[in-house]
Design a binder for this molecule. Structure first.
Ligand SMILES: Cc1ncc(COP(=O)(O)O)c(C=O)c1O
Length: 398
């Protein structure tokens, strides 16, 4: 077997011990949702048990402190991806962030969006619901968005180019700077779905030249129920509100309402206050390790997993060699749900199914795949358990 062992950078040692919920378990489903380090759990507990109050409304001191914590989280999330605090809108998740752009971006007479065949449904359906016509960029042989094809396909009818920065199925990394150049060459805006990228690699929206960037806290070791939409300030300023209610208004009469500037214009109602505190703790946690180290670690694990799995007869791998920590595979003649069930018995959690990427499954010519996705806490013992489990799958279906 062609086996390599991932080198764990010093900063990544003892990371596993910080995750109380994975003791004795090989959790390889971080692309679905990340487990939480103790520091994030503690921050959430403290926010509810000691510091809790509403934000932006109370005149009492506790509320002012909570407002400050909420806004500091916004600044931290912005800085993590190279943006400014007033350019980050808190949403429920990445899905809501993409819906916000799709629903509010004026079409200016151009109603086409350029997507790719590897997009998550969250970056397809919102555009359909908002009345956009979709053109889908093909993939390269190894499963990356084919930007040469994108450059040929884009026209002045395209208002938007919207791509996943990292594929949730294949781990393929987009050349985001080039995607921005392609979008801008015809006056389109670039929307990046950064759900899988933000937890896995350093992101700099300014260096990329992106226009909008969406991600979810729960994939970044933070809580569910909160996500971020970053948008270039002048673009956000040009968008109308999309949900009405408290917190987003300047003045309300029965005749007319005027609205606050972004980001508050897009945050109607009481937000996920403690979610923001948890997100801040998660941002601090990944910044402590550094995203460079996390990226190197997960790339090494993906390389090790691919090398090992490719040595097992009857295992088919999907996606590029240089996956950013996500490895999809199938065992010949076995439905991935059966593979995942047997792996579960062996204490290994993988995802099986279409991964909310049905067009990609059609592109790969399969109904479903099994997917192992790594995180900062993963190590070679997870890969060894995965391999033992796959050998068991083969024995059961022999
Ligand atoms: C690439 C990608 N985009 C969007 C989403 C949607 O994320 P959420 O459900 O947190 O909105 C996911 C979640 O799996 C994803 O992997």
């Amino acid at each position: 077997m062609n086996k390599q062992t991932a080198l764990i950078p010093n900063s990544m040692l003892n990371v596993r011990d910080q995750f109380p919920a994975i003791v004795g378990w090989h959790y390889l489903d971080s692309a679905a949702t990340a487990q939480k380090p103790q520091t994030v759990i503690d921050a959430i507990t403290k926010a509810y048990s000691r510091d809790y109050a509403t934000v932006h409304r109370g005149v009492y001191e506790r509320s002012a402190a909570m407002t400050d914590a909420y806004e500091r989280s916004r600044a931290a999330a912005a800085s993590l991806i190279g943006g400014k605090a007033h350019e980050v809108v808190f949403t429920r998740n990445a899905t809501e962030a993409i819906n916000l752009v799709a629903r509010t971006l004026p079409k200016n007479g151009r109603n086409r969006v350029l997507l790719s065949h590897l997009e998550h449904h969250s970056n397809i359906v919102p555009w359909q619901l908002a009345g956009f016509e979709i053109d889908a960029v093909p993939l390269t042989q190894d499963g990356k968005i084919d930007l040469d094809a994108a450059a040929k396909m884009i026209t002045e009818e395209h208002r938007v180019v919207a791509f996943a920065h990292v594929s949730n199925v294949l781990g393929s990394v987009l050349d985001a700077k080039r995607a921005a150049q392609i979008a801008h060459s015809k006056g389109a805006v670039l929307v990046l779905d950064g759900c899988q990228a933000v937890p896995r690699l350093p992101v700099d929206v300014a260096a990329i030249g992106a226009d909008f960037y969406a991600f979810s806290a729960h994939k970044l070791y933070g809580p569910t129920g909160i996500g971020c939409l970053w948008g270039r300030a002048e673009l956000l300023q040009s968008l109308p509100p999309w949900q009405g209610g408290g917190s987003m208004i300047e003045k309300v009469t029965f005749e007319e309402t005027t609205f606050l500037d972004p980001p508050m214009r897009f945050e109607a109602g009481t937000p996920h206050i403690v979610g923001a505190v948890g997100l801040h703790a998660a941002v601090n946690w990944v910044e402590g390790l550094t995203l460079d180290a996390i990226h190197a670690h997960e790339c090494a694990l993906a390389t090790e997993a691919r090398a090992t799995l490719s040595g097992i007869p009857g295992v088919t791998l999907y996606g590029p060699e240089d996956s950013a920590g996500i490895v999809s595979f199938n065992v010949d003649g076995v439905h991935p749900h059966d593979t995942a069930t047997i792996l579960d018995d062996a204490g290994v959690a993988v995802r099986a199914g279409h991964h909310c990427a049905q067009p990609l499954m059609r592109w790969l010519g399969v109904e479903a795949t099994a997917r192992a996705s790594f995180a900062a806490h993963s190590d070679s013992s997870d890969i060894e358990a995965l391999v033992r489990g796959i050998e068991q799958v083969k024995r059961v279906f022999a």
